[in-house]
Ligand binder design. Structure first.
Ligand code: NI
Length: 135
């Protein structure tokens, strides 16, 4: 198996809030990230596909296709958005880096050949990233 990774970036804002908890508990859990006016991050997403090299093309998959899918399914709908308000899934799901990684997987998996997607990595800062392997 050979792995190919494509990287993309988006800037977005968010805040952390669990409506099932009291205001005090939200504040204790999330601190300044609980401010409902939000704050921004420059996120980096890395999407890894795996497979065998196609003898006809010499590639695992068409790199332009991977770029197009990442842009259309993820970057265009997340970039310059207030995630909690403007990306429907995050109206009810806290837009943590973990949940963003899972959402990226859900959007990309069905648009790639079965078994292709191997890993989604999301950096919230250069120092912090989350890996999701589909389960
Ligand atoms: Ni944040």
């Amino acid at each position: 198996m050979i792995y190919v990774t494509r990287r993309g970036e988006f800037s977005a804002s968010h805040y952390y809030h669990n409506p099932a908890l009291s205001a005090e508990e939200n504040q204790r859990l999330f601190g300044k990230c609980n401010n409902p006016h939000g704050h921004g991050h420059n996120y980096t997403v890395e999407v890894t596909v795996g497979g065998e090299v196609d003898g006809r093309t010499g590639m695992v998959m068409d790199e332009k296709e991977l770029k197009r899918v990442l842009e259309e399914a993820v970057l265009q709908s997340f970039d310059h958005k207030f995630l909690n308000m403007e990306v429907p899934v995050f109206r009810t799901l806290i837009p943590t880096t973990e949940n963003i990684a899972v959402e990226v997987w859900k959007r990309l998996g069905p648009r790639l050949a079965t078994g292709r997607l191997q890993r989604v990595r999301v950096y919230e800062t250069p120092e912090l990233y989350v890996d999701y392997f589909g389960e």
